[in-house]
Design a protein around this ligand. Structure first.
Ligand code: XMP
Length: 326
């Protein structure tokens, strides 16, 4: 099959056009797959979620979704995948708790590229192990979208931890491969996915792993996950949300003071960094204004997280800084 979007293909801008696309894809998927089984790595990101929802409509339980919780997802994400796909859509979902496996492999590793490689390789190992347990799989579904093809040397191809596992030689099912991101979102909406899945901000494949700067420790990772949830909740109350907003937690400590029985005691704690950026292409990035009151509300909650005693706001643009801290 060609990898070029047909010129005749209309841009999917409305729910009616999305519904037409869904109906066509359901017929195509059924014709391609027949009564065979399809495997899908379901991260909970927009693309894999839309592919899952489409395949569930087309072939129901012939789709086997595998959700690998590597411990580097944001607060509430693994639970939401189970809730939406298993409980609400009645999908055949295998939830793999691989948290210890990933964190043990990452222990003591501080080089960013090595961390990424470990996360990517371990993801493939876990996914391949789950695939080997399944009988009768003949197809592998993927959330490839058109920019992944046209910019295949781009961000996703370079970064994503969830590429085609080597050694898993299945025929591919890629129903959204000619769609742009905005089209995938319209389709996701019509398929009934929740807004916070359909419109979610970009999130790196290696997840919080690239934001827990340096060697990941469980306590610092948990502090980051809590801080990230606070920042997302507060920023989402603003009339306009930036393109991407999150926290990083550098592997540094600074002095804090706490009062015990009226006596001030100095101690060492972590600093959480708030990052919010605007961009159209992730190449050039500006930093939007965040109301000082919002910053203070976030600060007041973040300093209550165990181990954290300082909150910083990163106002660096790209270039010179990158969006992520690693
Ligand atoms: P940088 O940090 O290079 O990020 O300015 C540009 C965009 O890419 C995302 N990003 C990643 N996405 N895996 C991904 O899937 C990664 O390893 C990764 N690193 C950065 C980043 O969140 C931003 O949107």
């Amino acid at each position: 099959m060609s990898d070029v979007r047909p010129e005749s293909m209309e841009r999917i801008t409305t729910e009616a056009l999305a519904q037409k696309f869904i109906d066509e894809q359901i017929a195509e998927i059924r014709a391609q797959v027949g009564d065979k089984k399809v495997l899908l790595a379901l991260s909970g990101g927009v693309d894999s979620s839309v592919v899952a929802a489409l395949l569930i409509k087309a072939i129901g339980k012939q789709l086997v979704c595998v959700h690998v919780n590597h411990g580097l997802l944001r607060k509430g994400e693994p639970e939401q995948v189970v809730e939406v796909f298993r409980n609400q859509m009645d999908a055949n979902l295998i939830y793999v708790d691989a948290v210890d496996r990933f964190l043990d492999k990452l222990a003591g590793v501080d080089d960013p590229e090595t961390k990424r490689k470990i996360i990517g390789a371990e993801f493939i190992n876990v996914f391949a192990e789950e695939a080997a347990k399944q009988e009768g799989i003949e197809f592998l579904a993927q959330g490839t979208i058109y920019p992944d093809i046209t910019e295949s040397k781009g961000v996703k191809a370079h970064h994503n931890v969830g590429g085609l596992p080597e050694g898993l030689q299945f025929e591919l099912v890629e129903p959204v491969k000619f769609l742009y991101k905005d089209e995938v979102r319209v389709v996701g909406k019509v398929l009934g996915l929740p807004d916070n899945m359909v419109y979610r901000q970009p999130f790196p494949g290696p997840g919080l792993g690239v934001r827990c700067v340096g060697a990941i420790t469980r306590d610092r990772l948990e502090a980051l996950r809590e801080a990230d949830a606070i920042v997302r909740a507060e920023i989402e109350k603003l009339p306009e949300t930036p393109w991407q907003y999150f926290c990083a937690i550098p592997d540094i400590q600074s002095t804090g003071i706490k009062y015990v029985n009226g006596e001030g005691e100095r101690y060492m704690g972590w600093a959480v960094v708030i990052r919010a950026v605007n961009t159209t292409d992730a190449v050039k990035v500006t930093v939007p204004e965040i109301p000082f009151a919002t910053l203070c509300t976030m600060r007041d909650q973040i300093v209550k997280i165990p181990g954290v005693n300082r909150v910083l706001w990163d106002i660096s643009e790209k270039p010179v800084a990158t969006i992520e801290w690693e």
